[in-house]
Write a protein that binds this ligand. Structure first.
Ligand SMILES: [Zn+2]
Length: 80
């Protein structure tokens, strides 16, 4: 697998493992090489990190129960 073979859609699939440091050496290197030439994926990665940073600061009580249910429902639908 070379960085040129890696599509942005595949990058999106791998980003969770990348952030969890769960990629193998070749996948990690290929991911990093793709980031070097793809500004869209760099932006996406930056947004994911920012989202995770903000979510980490939230407590369960910070979210309105209706908003929480709406979000959980959206996540459930997205996983199907
Ligand atoms: Zn890309």
């Amino acid at each position: 697998m070379s960085a040129l073979d890696l599509t942005c859609a595949t990058m999106s699939d791998l980003i969770g493992d990348y952030l969890d440091k769960a990629l193998g050496t070749i996948e990690y290197t290929t991911f990093e090489m793709h980031l070097m030439y793809c500004s869209d994926c760099r932006t996406y990665l930056r947004q994911m990190r920012e989202t995770l940073r903000r979510l980490a600061g939230l407590r369960n009580d910070d979210i309105d129960p209706r908003e929480r249910e709406y979000l959980l429902d959206a996540f459930r639908r997205a996983r199907r």
